[in-house]
Write a protein that binds this ligand. Structure first.
Ligand code: 5BU
Length: 494
């Protein structure tokens, strides 16, 4: 790396982390086991400034390494725009490899003008085993094109360089995973524990170009040893991994106040909600409302509720369960009698309408000041018996929460089980909590605080009638706070 580019490289590493081009957590990989780090450089096309920096650095790296080839060729698909920029910037003609031959016309696998014997430099975004690079090399070679070098943005250091070297191709990476980890740690973006967990995984899981593991075996021990599984991380640690500003704030609040209790204040008189909020406020991280059950709603009630939230340091969650088309939810969130977006730090929403639910809600928000950020909990499971949610729905809900351009708006997931999602930057909110496991007359299914936290992955337990119907609501809140918090402490100490 050229010395003057070193600061640029560090700045780019941080930028890539901030735009979610890579994440830490517990992710399912193509090779069949989970990884504590996940790269998705597809997102960078949405950031022209990042594209510019990456391509400038790639060109500088190519010059620095004296890689002269007659053509450049990107590995489809993520690297194609990068290869285009490299081609244009250094005036080197490009070749395009098709993944499938056209069914009509020329049936060519390689587009562009070339002759057998021409040289070609490969451009790739992320290398794990190197198998994608080798697929492209093979197609170029069968046209008589000579490939000796590949320039890549990120080397995950899992054996890719050695695998492609066996086929006569030398890898030149802009970033190694170690460089990214160290840079983020030095910038205070990730904890030492995260750096160590990833390093441990990388050294244990080296991959051959056919996808098998070096040394054989299924490496399930490495997966078990994955210290970035969300249920094993502390809330402090997870606040650093969160992408939503409200999730960060909530994780920090939970850690400093030592509570993971959400009180569901399901009573119908404004004064009763304020009374419960005042008595239980010191023991909760969230107060959950169903604003449309309040019979005497007024703006003054909201002002008082916000004052209590400030005094006792908890956030407000309106459990509105938005579920309509984008335009309607935007109006329901920002307008009407309740003007929910003005006061609720968080809301709940169904994923049934798809991604547009997030865009609709976001459309109701104007310019948001720091500290006034809003977030959403997406529902991926329900506690009601006989609900219609199946595994596919759950999986797709997780995708909406963790992929795409709106993940900075998603604070967490409302669900009942620990396998609903893996990303530790999201918060699992689990309703249906009571001291005694039971079912109410209308199909609500309850589990104990210990069970939801230790077995079902809950980060926050939601308690309604378990507290509000108690003779002494404050005493009940303390009991639930203590039991949920102890369960969490035991979970992370394991
Ligand atoms: P309870 O009194 O502890 O049963 O109240 C639970 C609250 O959580 C209540 O406000 C429900 O609307 C809310 N809830 C739920 O119980 N189950 C779910 O799956 C979802 C929300 Br989503």
């Amino acid at each position: 790396m050229v010395a003057q580019n070193s600061d640029k490289m560090k700045a780019l590493a941080i930028k890539l982390f901030e735009i979610n081009a890579f994440k830490f957590g517990d992710f399912k990989m193509k090779v069949g086991i989970n990884s504590p780090v996940y790269f998705d450089l597809r997102v960078i096309v949405s950031y022209p400034d990042v594209m510019q920096i990456v391509s400038d650095l790639l060109v500088a790296h190519i010059t620095d390494q004296q890689l002269s080839a007659k053509h450049v060729c990107g590995v489809p698909y993520t690297a194609l725009p990068l290869a285009t920029l490299v081609s244009v910037n250094q005036n080197t003609p490009m070749l395009v490899r098709r993944k499938e031959a056209k069914a009509y016309g020329t049936k060519k696998l390689i587009e562009g003008i070339y002759n057998a014997g021409d040289t070609c430099l490969i451009v790739e975004d992320v290398v794990t085993s190197g198998s994608s690079i080798l697929d492209t090399v093979k197609d170029l070679q069968s046209e008589g094109i000579v490939v000796t070098d590949a320039v890549v943005v990120v080397d995950r250091e899992q054996g890719g360089a050695a695998n492609i070297a066996k086929h006569g191709v030398k890898m030149h990476s802009l970033f190694t995973l170690s460089f990214l980890l160290n840079t983020l740690h030095a910038a205070g973006k990730i904890e030492k524990a995260t750096v160590d967990a990833v390093a441990k995984y990388i050294s244990a899981v080296q991959i051959n170009s056919d996808g098998s593991f070096v040394g054989g075996g299924d490496k399930s021990d490495a997966v078990k040893a994955n210290d970035l599984q969300r249920t094993r991380l502390t809330y402090e640690n997870r606040s650093n991994l969160a992408k939503s500003a409200v999730a960060k704030r909530l994780f920090q609040l939970m850690a400093s106040k030592q509570t993971n209790l959400c009180l569901s204040a399901d009573v119908t008189k404004a004064d009763d909600i304020l009374d419960i909020a005042d008595k239980c406020g010191p023991y909760i991280c969230l107060l959950k409302t169903h604003i449309d059950i309040v019979e005497d709603f007024s703006e003054g009630f909201i002002t008082n509720l916000q004052a209590l939230a400030k005094r006792h340091n908890f956030l407000l969650l309106e459990d509105r369960k938005f579920a309509d088309i984008g335009n309607t939810v935007s109006l329901q969130y920002g307008k009407g009698l309740y003007k929910i977006s003005n006061w609720a730090d968080l809301v709940t929403a169904h994923t049934l309408p798809g991604r547009s639910i997030l865009q609709g809600l976001k459309a109701a928000l104007g310019n948001v000041e720091a500290g006034q950020e809003r977030g959403v909990f997406l529902l991926s499971e329900m506690s009601a018996s006989g609900n219609l949610i199946d595994d596919k729905y759950k999986e797709n809900s997780n995708k909406i929460a963790t992929e795409g351009g709106d993940i900075d708006f998603v604070a967490g997931i409302v669900c009942q089980s620990s396998n609903a999602f893996a990303f530790p930057g999201l918060i699992q909110l689990t309703p249906g909590v009571k001291i005694d496991e039971s079912v109410d007359k209308l199909g609500q299914q309850y589990q104990t605080p210990e069970l939801v936290v230790k077995e079902r992955g809950a980060d926050i337990g939601v308690v309604g009638r378990g507290i509000i119907q108690a003779n002494d609501v404050q005493k009940a809140a303390i009991t639930y706070r203590d039991r949920l918090w102890t369960a969490y402490k035991e979970r992370v100490a394991k």
